[in-house]
Structure formats: structure tokens, C-alpha cells
Write a protein that binds this ligand. Structure first.
Ligand SMILES: [Zn+2]
Length: 364
């Protein structure tokens, strides 16, 4: 654990500052976010920050803790998830094969479009930057252990699940109370994390037991921010199977770390769901998930055009339809797409991973 915090503290502070949205000048100075700064007095040196105006100072972790109002663990996780550093495996069976992930930052692929939040925002309810803090705090208020166990059951190792900040709702009322301490009800409602019940009282969008997946943005103002949340019903036949933010936001792409790092004109697996994308990544393939054909807007296709797309769809009628429609539209727009044919008896990407683990004699 000591080693984990050391590695987090060693992430270049200028990159952490940038991920926090601090504009650092060439002389490594910036306007201090902690006091009304007009002449840049925040300096970076020796991987620490120091303000000559208000005397705030500290490590990259301190910077995140102060700006995002997070605890040590949450702030470390905030950095870790963006720079692919995961906490050590605490005695899980997967320990022997837990990977040493290099502390390489996510690639910069910032496309600033004037007047637009991102290159990948299809029309629909607009995601405002003010919501990013709400999503982040929501994730910070949710426990992870139950979600990690759920994903381990699907062959996704503990460190991957932790790195993607996947959570479970255990006490919706407590989360709502925690959010209300920090944000106005109006903001919570418009962000889609909270909705109104029939009697008009506010409630968290997801009930007890739901697994929550945060989506990390890649481009423009969204880069490195949590831009969307999807809940998954933990019951195998639970209805609905998925529940997203309330209010009908457009569904963004779910980028895996390898997917974000995939070179343009490189291979990218286009999956039908998050767990399939995480499974593909676990098998070594860069992947991205699109949440259904309806989410595959022209804007999203344009984001994907630079890649050689391999469509990994479920082997059922709906999956077949998705693969056909997606590859058709991608090719129509001048892109490259092929459909992955899963072996007989394998119904989706996650099952493929599970069978692979089985063949290796299991992970445990
Ligand atoms: Zn200051």
C-alpha cells in the first residue's frame, strides 16, 4: 500500500494539474485555485505545488484532495484511475497474476470545439461541466467491495474493477444525504443522479444493490472527467437490466484504458456493453463500448472512424442486428469495420473470457 501511494505521488504534478483543469504556463506557474489569484502565484517544483500568495502547498495527492474535496483514498483513486495505477491486491486469489501497470498517463487527444462540450456529444440533453463534480462525488460516496466481487465473478480482476471505479449502491438514502450536503437539489435533479418519486420526494436514481459504472470522458472539457453513469441490475433477470442517469442524456462511449491508448488506425474492439469491453481489455485488446445501436450517433461514429473497428456483439438476434447495423453505418461513413465471430457455444465477449479462464484451469 505504501508503494501504491508512493507511485501515485510520483505521477507528474503538471499532468495532475492539467487533469484538474488548471492551466499551467510554460514557466510552470498557474493561477492559484485556492485564493483570488490574478497574477499566477501557484508554482510547481520537485513534483509539488506551492502558492506564494496563500501558502498552500503539497503533493499531487494534496492538490486533488484540496480541489476536489476528497479524502486521501478517494484522491489517490482519482489520480490512479487516470494514470492507470491500481491499489495493491489485498490478498485476493488473483494476487499472483495481478499486473504491474506502468504509470503512463492517458494519451492526450483533446479536441476543443468552440461552443460544444465535446466532439462526441450527440444531440439530446446537454451534459454540463457542473455535473462532473456531482458524478464524481456520487462515486466517492459509494462503496466498491460488492461491485468488485460482482465483477470478479465475471472474470474481471479486482485491480481492474477498482481502477475503473466501479461501485455498488448499498444505502441510497445515505448517498442522497451526502450529495445534498454538497450540492443543491436542483443541480442533483438536472444532473440525473437524483429523480423525484411519484410523491414528489427526491430519491437516488438507483436502488440498493445496483452496480454503477462511471464513464471517463476523453475529449475536450470532458477529458479525464466522469461524464456519465450507468447502473446495472445485479439480478440476472432483473428488469430493467440497465438504468442510466435520469433525464435522457445521450449515451457516450465507454472507453477502456487500452481503448483510449489505442493508436489511430490501430485495432479497436467495439463492444455492445461495458462488461464485454472490460473482458476484451482483459484479453489484451483495446476496447470501447457503445450502449446500443441508438447510442451510435453520427458524432460517435466520427470519433471511431480513425480506428480499425472489430465489432464484438452478442451472439443473439439483437446482437446480430447491432453488428449488421453498426458495420453498415461505419462503412457508409468511410470507416473500417469487421464483425468478430465468436466460437460456437460462446454467447458474448464476457463468456469468451470466462471460458478462456476455465481452459487455463481457472484463476483461483
Ligand atoms: Zn494561493
Amino acid at each position: 500500500m505504501k508503494d501504491y501511494y508512493r507511485r501515485i505521488r510520483e505521477v507528474p504534478i503538471l499532468q495532475v494539474a492539467e487533469a484538474l483543469g488548471i492551466a499551467v504556463r510554460k514557466d510552470k506557474k498557474a493561477l492559484c485555485p485556492f485564493h483570488g489569484d490574478k497574477d499566477p502565484s501557484l508554482a510547481f517544483k520537485g513534483n509539488r505545488f506551492h502558492c506564494f500568495g496563500c501558502m498552500e502547498k503539497g503533493s499531487p495527492i494534496d492538490l486533488v484532495m484540496k480541489i476536489k474535496d476528497l479524502g486521501l483514498e478517494e484522491a489517490s483513486e482519482w489520480i490512479g484511475s487516470r494514470f492507470r495505477i491500481f491499489p495493491p491486491d489485498k490478498g485476493s486469489p488473483a494476487r499472483s497474476r495481478s499486473r504491474k501497470t506502468p504509470a503512463s498517463p492517458l494519451p492526450e487527444k483533446k479536441i476543443a470545439l468552440p461552443g460544444a462540450i465535446t466532439a462526441a456529444s450527440p444531440p439530446g440533453k446537454e451534459v454540463l461541466p457542473a455535473y462532473f463534480d456531482v458524478y464524481e462525488k456520487t462515486i466517492a460516496l459509494l462503496p466498491s467491495s460488492g461491485a468488485i466481487a460482482y465483477l470478479e465473478g465475471r472474470g474481471i480482476p479486482r485491480d481492474t474493477a477498482a481502477g475503473y471505479m466501479i461501485r455498488i449502491v448499498e444505502d441510497p438514502g445515505k448517498v442522497l444525504a451526502g450529495l445534498l450536503e454538497r450540492f443543491s437539489l436542483e443541480l442533483l435533479l438536472s444532473s440525473g443522479v437524483v429523480r423525484k418519486k411519484k410523491d414528489g420526494s427526491p430519491t437516488l436514481q438507483w436502488g440498493e444493490g445496483w452496480i454503477i459504472f462511471p464513464f471517463i470522458g476523453r475529449d475536450g472539457l470532458e477529458a479525464g472527467q466522469i461524464v456519465f453513469l450507468q447502473g446495472r441490475n445485479p439480478l440476472p433477470d432483473g428488469i430493467p437490466k440497465y438504468m442510466e442517469l435520469a433525464g435522457g442524456f445521450p449515451r457516450p462511449l465507454y472507453w477502456t484504458a487500452k481503448g483510449m491508448g489505442a493508436p489511430e488506425d490501430g485495432e479497436l474492439y467495439l463492444c455492445e456493453g461495458i462488461i464485454d469491453a472490460l473482458s476484451a481489455e482483459e484479453m489484451g485488446s483495446p476496447a470501447v463500448a457503445v450502449l446500443g445501436t441508438s447510442a451510435l450517433s453520427d458524432t460517435i461514429i466520427r470519433t471511431l472512424l480513425p480506428y480499425r473497428l472489430k465489432i464484438l456483439a452478442d451472439k443473439d438476434p439483437a446482437g446480430g442486428k447491432f453488428a449488421k447495423e453498426a458495420s453498415g453505418r461505419i462503412k457508409e461513413m468511410g470507416g473500417w469495420a469487421s464483425v468478430v465471430h465468436l466460437p460456437d457455444g460462446v454467447k458474448d465477449g464476457n463468456e469468451f473470457l470466462l471460458q478462456k479462464i476455465d481452459r487455463k484451469g481457472g484463476r483461483k
